[in-house]
Write a protein that binds this ligand. Sequence first.
Ligand code: PLP
Ligand code: ZN
Length: 370
Amino acid sequence: MRKDHTINVMNFRCPDCGQEFPAATRQWRCPCGGVLELSERSRFERDRIETKISTLWRYRAMLPPVKTENIVSLGEGWTPLVPAQAYGIEFLAKLEFLAPTGSFKDRGTTVLVSLLKELGVREVVEDSSGNAAASLAAYCARAQIQCRIFVPASASPAKLKQIRAYGAELIPVEGPRENASQAAQHAAQVSYYASHVYSPLILEGTKTIAYEIWEQLDGHAPDAMLFPTGHGTLLLGAYYGFRDLLEAQLIDRMPALYAVQSEACAPLYRIYIENLAELPDIPQGETVAEGIRIRRPVRWKAIMRAIRETGGRVVTVNESEILSAQRDLARQGLYVELTSAVAVAGLKALPHGGERLVVPLTGSGLKAPF
Ligand SMILES: *Cc1c(COP(=O)(O)O)cnc(C)c1O
Ligand SMILES: [Zn+2]
């Protein structure tokens, strides 16, 4: 049974100018350039967790409203938390790579695609050469929504195979990564832009990682969390999730959120270190951490706010540190993709002493064997 404060009508809102849009909008960004958020988010209520459900839909009461028959789920979320170590530091690894398509992206996708089904959307477009596209392609296959992905012509063939296997249409775009985004945004004039970067529904899915960790730690928040950070959708989701728990007075302080970037492509680090008021124009840089090779994180302001407010930091790691972190994890039985190893490599930068640390291992090593 629904209580009064359940959100029945969901709107999107531009934080920059205040304009509101119905959730059914095809507008993926405010005309003023702002990145949309939900105008109202549901509150966390412990009593409404459906504890018999072993997917993130156990938090359905806290997720955007969808009819049961429109939920598109492949068993995502509720991932294990297992002890591991690096640089002599003990931490808890959250095994996000066990997700249905092999990365945490499924958390956001299950919420987004369920809403699209609820809204009767029949076809979507997206641009990505990697895990976001594979995830979207899988959930669209499940929902029988047609899916077209614009990919850089230079994208790695391994990940493209997974995307194509789900039946998505792949459209190669010549030139730099941004050209694929522009092509998708152009196609979005007549289709739906199911963007992991722009859709605020993605963060409603990724926030569940915080709820899960809180349950798994017997009603506590960790002291700190580290994320391999590109567009920051997992870091921001965790921030929202823990803030929900704080507002419900179920934790008494926020975990410090650390963004870890590859030295070769670290716009957030530049902002952090130089205290910049604008996104710097940096070269793309070459890195083995392909999943976070992002020059222009669109929610950079929100990411920086979350990091500063929680007492976290932005740190960078170099290529050899990423490679050795991946190897060290594998020697503990945890085979992750190089992008995921970035967060673990970042542990060396932490002030530490008996703190409870959680690191999500975001993607499977089987995605791009190295
Ligand atoms: C997408 C992705 C990331 C980065 O996530 P952002 O939301 O862009 O910060 C990290 N690791 C893996 C495996 C990914 O697929
Ligand atoms: Zn606006």
